[in-house]
Design a protein around this ligand. Sequence first.
Ligand code: ZN
Length: 203
Amino acid sequence: MKIICVGRNYIDHAKELNNPIPKTPVLFLKPETAIIPKKNPFFLPDFSDDVHFEAELVIKINKLGKNIQKKFAHKYYSQITVGLDFTARDIQQKQKEKGLPWEISKAFDGSAGIGKFMNISELKNPGNPSFHLLLNDKKLQATSAEEMIFSIDTLIAEISKYFTLKIGDLIFTGTPAGVGKLNKDDQLKLYLEENEVLRLNVK
Ligand code: ZN
């Protein structure tokens, strides 16, 4: 399986990092080894002094597809959760300045935290679910899918132009404003609507 991630999908987050608003989605990949095994903590990597949390809606692909039209995209997923796209911001900044790929800052071991999946049909607002993150019980990154620049269905259409989507692939749909630095012993909790879907300790 693979993880396809979207950068800059919320206007307020693009602005907080001084990035332009994209005309097409910014895409990058994480390998399967990025996923934090169940019940494990998130270990701060020793190659970075500035690891950020990024809470994002994550969808799971349930059907093989390539060049999927937007109007059919909803047939390719039925489950959603919230995940964490851990980012070594100091390294990413250096890579961006040099025009180099971001993988060492975004796709390292343990850089993907994934919550418990819920059926979209179970949600209160299946079209535009809300989500938020608690950092040491402080509410941050509270938004909903309505604030995305590119909707989930648009993302599936765009992504599947380049990458065949397979059953079990995950799409991280981008983070809203409010990202920040993690410290040892922090605790992260992720909520999809009012359901806690993931709890992670930082070590
Ligand atoms: Zn992200």
